[in-house]
Design a protein around this ligand. Structure first.
Ligand code: FE2
Ligand code: FE2
Length: 134
């Protein structure tokens, strides 16, 4: 069985990703505010967590994952599920921007899009947890 079909496991993954991102983004904001520049190491930590978000999204949408399962078991939730899938698309776009700002050295864009991405992710996981598991 796909491990993300397990409610407790899936929610733990969300909590851990969000806690890691929150920590890195607090550091990003601190560095940005003190004006001394943001270390490459810190930027790469952020990117690697966003990569985890992408992997998580691919896994949950994939074969025998919770989205496919829920679509099958609860066709009445179709609209809500489609909205969650749209959140995934928006997250992918913002992650694309984060990577773009990383490669062109736009620190303000990098910090702001990290912050925005986290806010969107928090809203998304709340909707997703209730749509997939309630
Ligand atoms: Fe998820
Ligand atoms: Fe998701």
């Amino acid at each position: 069985m796909h491990e993300l079909n397990n409610r407790e496991f899936h929610i733990r993954v969300h909590r851990s990703i969000i806690a890691d991102l929150q920590e890195v983004i607090n550091e990003l904001l601190k560095s940005y505010r003190n004006g001394k520049g943001i270390s490459r190491n810190l930027k790469e930590s952020s990117i690697s967590i966003w990569e985890k978000v992408i992997k998580h999204k691919i896994a949950e949408e994939g074969y025998e994952g919770p989205y496919k399962l829920r679509f099958k078991e609860r066709p009445d939730l179709k609209e809500k599920l489609i909205k969650c899938l749209r959140d995934h698309e928006i997250l992918e776009e913002i992650i694309g921007k984060i990577k773009h700002y990383y490669s062109n050295g736009n620190e303000e864009g990098f910090v702001l899009s990290n912050y925005t991405g986290l806010e969107i992710l928090k809203i998304h996981v709340k909707n997703e947890e209730s749509t997939l598991f309630d």
